[in-house]
Design a binder for this molecule. Sequence first.
Ligand code: SF4
Ligand code: SF4
Length: 288
Amino acid sequence: MKQVLILSGKGGTGKTTVAGAFARLAAPCITADCDVDAADLHIILSPEPVERKSFFGGKKAAINPDKCTSCGRCLEVCRFDAVASAPFRISETSCEGCGVCAWNCPAGAISFKEVLSGAWAISPCRFGTFAGARLEPAEENSGKLVALLKTEAVKAAEASGKEFLILDGSPGIGCPVLASLGGVDAVVAVAEPTVSGRHDFLRLAELLRQQKIKGFLLVNKWDLNKEETETLEKVATGLGFGLLGRIPFDTWVVKTLLDRKTLGEDGSSLAADAVERAWNILRTELEK
Ligand code: SF4
Ligand code: SF4
């Protein structure tokens, strides 16, 4: 089973559109949406509804009013303004679970409880199987949830003998991206031909270099800036990236997504054809 992770230096570059199209081209496969902070791949893959499993990713402080002497120490030491007085209590939304208040409480009145941070599910979809998760509002620990989702997706792929696991990653190079990198065979960096797009790509390329993961560049809306596309490809080649080609600006993409379809599902278009060529190149590379 080969794991292909689609990433981009920032959101809105077409990463999820490419991931959805790859899921169709690799079908039947497992597809996982690792962008749990802003999950949206399910919108175009329409997985069948199944019961979600709870994700408890962090702990929050709570005051036992029977033990609290109202000394106010917890209010003084909390750097997150999570403690309110009269009576002393802790806001679950603001608490970061750092533990400083409990350590300072002279009455031993503060304890910690696990909180529901999100939910995840593995469900059938029209291209095989979809693994999706979502964080609760204001919850963090997206890295832990991504790690859990990936583990479950890999298990599902191995159990069903699927050839490909297509992962739609988070934008940027933060914790959820790091959590999604483990075990991947190739990363596809989707980038737009702008100066900031090149800057974002370079940050991502440096991360892949550190992690020793093979990267491939796919330029989206390349015809908006031909010179910058050439620069981006030259830079990528110099860094050892493979080139998967160029996706042109194509208004058909918006129509396809509004219809909740993946690119190419409604027939051919300039962008759909470019993504299919990219997939064929990638597949050949993965088979080497
Ligand atoms: S530090 Fe402990 S005893 Fe003091 S107000 Fe806070 S919870 Fe109550
Ligand atoms: S655990 Fe940390 S963030 Fe939460 S209330 Fe205590 S000091 Fe504040």
